[in-house]
Design a protein around this ligand. Structure first.
Ligand SMILES: Nc1nc2c(ncn2[C@@H]2O[C@H](COP(=O)(O)OP(=O)(O)OP(=O)(O)O)[C@@H](O)[C@H]2O)c(=O)[nH]1
Length: 241
């Protein structure tokens, strides 16, 4: 007969199974100064940080959310944009990544041109094409309709995203815009795509939830915890939300 201790241990296992959620590793890359830290801060803490310093190596931030009744966690890896602060660590960034956010500054064409180097880094680190990729044009609050030559047009960014199989967003970590706003460009009104950071979180979360991540539960036993086995180990993390 099962003792009350064993019974409560089994119940604990079942309840931990119910409260555990899948964790997805989200790699955030892009040139230094494009706003990766501010954006991940906004995505996870809901606010724009007052002071930021150049990231050294990597900073981690978590964001839990519920998609169609399932709790998931996004573990954002805010990586250094400066080469000297990332050199020796790059291969760790790419290990077991579930998705990549490529960030550029819409008011800095150099950061947009730099995207090809980031794509190349992904290739060199064997990031498969099955890994979903997102392109985020940040600092939309700084767009000046009268200085379009100094900015990256949405058409250009969209066609780049399409060519590289990415989903495109334009946003501001500082003052998240409402979706689609009209702006004057010269004497004509143009409809701009403007995404709130919450839209980005939802689309990334939904994509990851639906993405094929084959796994199976192995056993509920083993000292009040359970084991999850996957065909490719370590790819999917399970934690308590
Ligand atoms: N106006 C405006 N400024 C922003 C926005 N996002 C970031 N910034 C500013 O841009 C500067 C750089 O931001 P960070 O988040 O540190 O940039 P980063 O990409 O993380 O830089 P590294 O850590 O060096 O890779 C800071 O002064 C931020 O305040 C934004 O959406 N709008």
């Amino acid at each position: 007969m099962e003792s009350s201790l064993e019974l409560s241990s089994s119940l604990g296992s079942v309840s931990s199974l119910l409260t555990r959620c899948r964790t997805f590793k989200v790699l955030v890359i892009g040139d230094s100064g494009v706003g990766k830290t501010c954006l991940t801060h906004r995505l996870c803490a809901g606010e724009f940080p007052r002071q930021v310093e150049a990231t050294i190596g990597v900073d981690f931030r978590d964001r839990s959310l519920e998609i169609e009744g399932e709790k998931i966690k996004l573990q954002l890896w805010d990586t250094a944009g400066q080469e000297r602060f990332r050199k020796s660590m790059v291969q760790h960034y790419y290990r077991n990544v579930h998705t990549v956010l490529f960030v550029f500054d819409v008011t800095c064409p150099v950061s947009f041109n730099g995207l090809t180097a980031w794509i190349e880094e992904c290739r060199q680190n064997s990031l498969g094409h099955e890994i979903p990729r997102f392109l985020i044009g940040n600092k939309s609050d700084l767009r000046d309709p009268n200085r379009t030559d100094k900015q990256v047009s949405q058409e250009r960014a969209m066609s780049f995203a399409k060519a590289h199989g990415m989903v495109f967003f334009e946003t501001s970590a500082k003052s998240p815009p409402k979706k689609h706003t009209n702006r004057c460009q010269g004497d004509r009104e143009v409809l701009y795509q403007q995404d709130g950071v919450e839209d980005i979180v939802t689309v990334v979360g939904t994509t990851l939830k639906k993405h094929k991540n084959p796994m199976m539960f192995n056993s509920l036993a083993q000292s009040g915890s359970f084991k999850v086995c996957r065909k490719k180990p370590e790819k999917e993390l399970w934690t308590c939300c």
